[in-house]
Design a protein around this ligand. Structure first.
Ligand code: FAD
Length: 307
């Protein structure tokens, strides 16, 4: 019931200012975010990789409407790639980027985002790792997938994200199930209109299974990103049915969510990658995590009330 309201709030500047300056106890935000600085993120990476997990790092930021902020977002990702190279972490840590942080919504934004993402993908390759393009709301999907196609010409391991909530996704999954393709499948974290997306969560789950079937039957590298125990079990069964070895697909979960399950799956020999967000622009990401689970909202409100 609160989900749609929180998702609408995640895009409101006025609410962003109010929540960001509210006396939120750090512990509420810290549950989902590794910290504000690159050093905080690297500390989290060392702890997670030390426990047999791999990571994808997200320097938080999105919906940039000012070209200088797009350049700053790119530079933060370049600094991240350089740190991964210097620390020799490329084999266990990759980078996730949001093209809206790289200027996708600016006039001529498609080309600006492509240039900025290209620089990051190149720096990541020098660090021995890859980049995955996060997927944002449906209005950006065509541009994001076109940027992916461009980037994959030189860097074929660049990854995409597909959202099972969107009607278009089965077709996108078919198009991206070929050799060398890396696809993270998620349910979708944005509020989408009924004209383009399933509104009922059971339909989203069923669509997730259909898309996962396509990816697991294909020749690419499926990345099943979900905390949903039923879908984790479906992914294990589909991988088995298609004769995929444990290094031919992976699971992904978010930092701070179902940590015991993350370790359990890694302990069974599965590849488990944790999405580690860091940076000061945590508002949009944090609100989407609240929207996903009413218990998170209650926890957040209690933390405000007890101050
Ligand atoms: P749900 O049905 O939402 O959750 C299943 C169970 O997981 C819940 O019952 C609960 O136990 C636990 N859980 C789920 N969410 C939370 C939470 N916030 N707090 C506490 N427990 C929780 N979405 C995009 O639109 N674009 C992206 O690029 C994108 N990248 C992602 C990358 C990764 C690695 C992951 C794991 C998710 C990503 N998402 C992305 C978010 C995704 O779309 C979903 O919104 C999110 O994963 C919740 O869906 P679920 O599959 O976990 O299932």
């Amino acid at each position: 019931m609160f989900g749609p309201v929180l998702l609408a709030a995640s895009r409101s500047d006025a609410i962003r200012r109010a929540v960001s300056s509210a006396p939120v106890t750090r512990s509420v935000v810290d549950r989902f975010i590794a910290g504000e600085r690159l050093d905080d993120a690297l500390t989290a990476v060392r702890a997670l990789t030390g426990r047999g997990l791999t990571v994808t790092l997200d320097h938080l930021g999105e919906d940039v409407t000012d070209p200088t902020r797009a350049v700053r977002a790119r530079d933060a990702c370049l600094a991240l790639a350089e740190a991964l190279r210097a620390e020799g972490l490329g084999a266990r840590a990759e980078i996730s980027v949001k093209l809206s942080a790289f200027g996708q919504a600016l006039p001529g934004g498609h080309d600006i985002a492509l240039r900025n993402a290209g620089a990051v993908v190149e720096a990541a390759a020098e660090a021995g790792t890859t980049v995955t393009l996060d997927m944002e709301d449906h209005t950006t999907a065509d541009s994001t997938l076109a940027v992916l196609t461009e980037l994959r010409r030189r860097f074929p391991a660049t990854g995409a994200v597909l959202q099972s909530c969107l009607f278009r996704t089965e077709e996108d999954a078919r198009a991206l199930a070929g050799p060398g393709s890396r696809v993270r499948l998620v349910k979708g974290a944005y509020r989408e209109p009924a004209a383009v997306a399933h509104q009922d969560r059971h339909r989203v789950d069923r669509a997730y299974v259909r898309c996962l079937r396509i990816l697991m039957a294909g020749r690419g590298y499926p990345m099943a990103a979900t905390h949903d125990p039923r879908l984790v079990a479906v992914a294990q069964e589909l991988a088995r049915r298609h004769g995929r070895k444990k290094d031919e697909y992976e699971f992904q979960m978010l930092y701070g969510i179902r940590e015991n399950e993350q370790l359990r799956l890694a302990g069974l020999g599965h590849r488990m990658r944790i999405y580690v967000p860091y940076g000061s622009d945590w508002y949009g990401y944090f609100m989407r995590r609240l929207a996903e689970r009413p218990a998170n909202l209650a926890f957040f409100l209690r933390s405000l009330a007890t101050r």
